[in-house]
Design a protein around this ligand. Structure first.
Ligand SMILES: [Zn+2]
Length: 99
């Protein structure tokens, strides 16, 4: 079973490739269940690869500070999924995994 792994911004740039251009739009189009207009930006986030090799931003709503997550699906994009799997392997082999 694959576990959730923390990645960094460089990893994300590699995974997203050209789509990394859209990262600011993604950050500014998050959903907050707490805010009345729902749409918010995510701040103070960390990046993770989940079990499906999708990227998850875990952070907080810029307006109300409620925890929010933003998914970036890689599973349906072969190239992105392939890079994500490669990065997962590198992290496991060469980086110390924090407990
Ligand atoms: Zn909010």
């Amino acid at each position: 079973m694959k576990e959730e792994l923390e990645i960094n911004a460089d990893d994300l740039a590699m995974i997203m490739g050209k789509k990394y251009d859209q990262i600011n739009e993604i950050i500014d189009s998050c959903f907050c269940a707490h805010c009345t207009d729902r749409r918010t930006s995510i701040v103070n986030y960390k990046l993770y690869l989940n079990r499906l090799d999708d990227v998850i931003l875990k952070g907080r709503c810029a307006k109300c500070n409620t925890p929010v997550n933003r998914y970036i699906e890689t599973g349906e994009n072969n190239e992105m999924a392939c890079v994500a799997q490669h990065i997962r392997m590198i992290i496991k082999k060469y980086r110390k995994i924090k407990a």
